[in-house]
Design a protein around this ligand. Structure first.
Ligand SMILES: [Zn+2]
Length: 130
């Protein structure tokens, strides 16, 4: 684990949970706007569920797709907290500054690596990057 103390981790986890709630509410609302999908609106599947990705594609709804992508990033952040890699850049392994994590608790990379990635992968991770 990067050198975040437990208070900082708790704070970031709280931010993630609040963000997750907002995203889930958004997804439900977006789905409710589409009558034909009223049935699935009652239950947002787990991001780990294979049908989750299909769902966003089927909907063809950019807002929902973006929310689902970010929700997946939130889930990934929880997983990294559990396995002790949270706060480390997945590219270079340095500690991501707490200030950056506070702004974006789902950040997987330090700022330089993120900028590099956005230059080379301009079409991926939209909605979950700075
Ligand atoms: Zn890095």
């Amino acid at each position: 684990m990067a050198e975040l103390n437990s208070e900082q981790i708790d704070e970031l986890k709280k931010n993630l949970q609040e963000r997750e709630q907002v995203l889930r509410d958004d997804i439900r609302r977006e789905m409710n706007l589409q009558d034909s999908y009223a049935d699935v609106a009652a239950e947002v599947p787990d991001p780990g569920d294979a049908s989750f990705a299909d769902l966003s594609v089927d909907l063809g709804n950019a807002a929902v797709t973006r929310d689902l992508t970010e929700l997946r990033a939130v889930q990934n952040a929880y997983a990294r907290m559990d396995n002790g890699t949270y706060g480390e850049c997945v590219n270079c392994g340095i500690e991501i500054p707490y200030e950056r994590l506070k702004v974006q608790p789902t950040a997987e990379r330090c700022a330089p690596c993120q900028m590099q990635r956005e230059k080379t992968h301009i079409d991926t991770m939209k909605g979950s990057t700075m």
